[in-house]
Design a protein around this ligand. Structure first.
Ligand SMILES: [Zn+2]
Ligand SMILES: [Zn+2]
Length: 87
């Protein structure tokens, strides 16, 4: 996958959709490109969910960083507890 913001290549990137509905197509962004836009983008959960939502802080984390995972959280993304909330 290639980040549409900076062109970096990464195995797992966030697939995003603009919240205002302008341009319905999803974009693919790496974390540094996504963070400043997080308030205006929805994360689209792909066929293979790469990100899940932390049940404690509500933040998105890579599923690899989530413990106590459950399927079918908000927007059908996996939910769990992120590394910063576990500690
Ligand atoms: Zn990027
Ligand atoms: Zn958390």
């Amino acid at each position: 996958m290639l980040c549409e913001g900076c062109g970096v290549e990464a195995l797992v990137l966030k697939t995003c959709r603009r919240r205002d509905g302008e341009g319905s197509e999803a974009g693919v962004l790496c974390d540094p490109c996504w963070e400043p836009l997080a308030d205006s983008l929805w994360i689209v959960v792909g066929p293979v969910a790469a990100h899940g939502r932390c049940r404690v802080c509500g933040g998105w984390s890579s599923v690899r960083e989530l413990v106590e995972q459950k399927q079918g959280g908000k927007w059908d993304a996996p939910s769990g507890v992120c590394s910063s909330c576990v500690g």
